[in-house]
Design a protein around this ligand. Structure first.
Ligand SMILES: [Mn+2]
Length: 317
């Protein structure tokens, strides 16, 4: 981390990026770092590929959606692979003055200098430590943003990536005024009517095999309730709550003949390996893949076959 701190201290104009389709951890990281570095007198631009989703707007600070030229330092956060930089990938990779800060352990590097903590719950938690080392005074807003990322990636401290440290950091953030009820209500206690309709469809699609569950939602299912999958389909925590199920796969056909899969597992399975078979990746307990070509039925059959093979292999080990 020393090298990173030195680079940040000597740079005047800094640009900070995160992965495309930013989740709470990416947004919390980018905006907490944005505010923190501003406080120590840096000229800083936050860069997102597209506008922040409406439900997360209250956690956004000033940002731009175009590539900023002439910065001394370019930082990307929570980005496990270069392609996750989306439309900025090529330009970012062509630069030399780049840094990445991340917490994914299965990853491909995007920057010339990296600070990676594979066991830390969230990128936001790393940003918190970084800001402390930079002697930034953590105010209520920064504390709320870091808590937003921390709660987001740990599923409100329910996922396996939650550590003693994440609770200590949360405690410190609360002491600094983090608005935890606002964050937790927005993240875990509110559903739109459309999302409830989607949950209803998901419930009718459960297919069990041994201790696994596959839920597949087709493009026409989305259409039938007027749901735009681009708005996000965060149903995985809902469908993966079935008792005695150790592996859940949520398959969604978001565009005709283009599918995504989210995996969740208990300690028993490492679903990052399963996601890799479909060109994706992630963590042991949570992983995913996207842009799988084929309609929902074709991909589902392939997925069920792979799951059978996968759990047979796990039994052998
Ligand atoms: Mn993250």
């Amino acid at each position: 981390m020393k090298q990173i701190i030195k680079k940040i201290k000597t740079a005047n104009k800094i640009a900070v990026f995160c992965h495309s389709k930013p989740d709470p951890d990416a947004l919390g990281s980018i905006f907490a770092l944005y505010l923190g570095l501003k406080k120590i007198g840096k000229e800083i631009v936050a860069v997102l590929e597209e506008d922040v989703k409406k439900k997360y707007e209250i956690f956004a600070e000033k940002y731009q959606t175009t590539f900023p030229e002439n910065c001394d330092l370019y930082i990307c956060l929570d980005t496990a692979a270069p392609h996750m930089l989306g439309k900025f990938e090529e330009k970012f990779l062509a630069l030399k003055n780049t840094i990445e800060i991340d917490h994914h352990f299965n990853r491909t590097t995007s920057a010339s200098l990296g600070y990676i903590e594979g066991k830390t719950s969230s990128c936001s938690e790393i940003i918190y430590k970084l800001l402390k080392k930079l002697k930034v005074k953590i105010d209520e807003r920064i504390a709320t943003l870091i808590y937003f990322g921390l709660a987001g990636d740990t599923g409100c401290f329910l996922h396996e990536n939650t550590t003693a440290d994440s609770h200590i950091v949360a405690s410190e953030l609360i002491k600094k005024g983090a608005k935890i009820f606002l964050v937790n209500r927005r993240l875990f206690k509110s559903n739109t009517k459309d999302k409830l309709k989607l949950m209803n469809i998901a419930l009718s699609k459960f297919e069990y095999y041994k201790d696994t569950l596959v839920v597949a939602i087709s493009y026409s299912d989305f259409k039938s309730i007027g749901y735009n999958p681009d708005d996000g389909v965060d149903l995985i925590d809902f469908v993966s709550s079935v008792e005695n199920i150790n592996l859940t796969a949520l398959l969604t056909e978001r565009k005709p003949n283009n599918c995504s899969i989210s995996f969740r597992s208990s300690e028993k399975y490492d679903v990052s390996k399963l996601a890799e078979r479909f060109g994706g990746g992630g963590h042991k307990g949570a992983s995913g893949c996207k842009d799988i070509i084929g309609n929902v039925e074709e991909v589902k059959e392939k997925l069920k076959k792979e799951i059978k093979i996968f759990i047979a292999e796990n039994l052998e080990e």
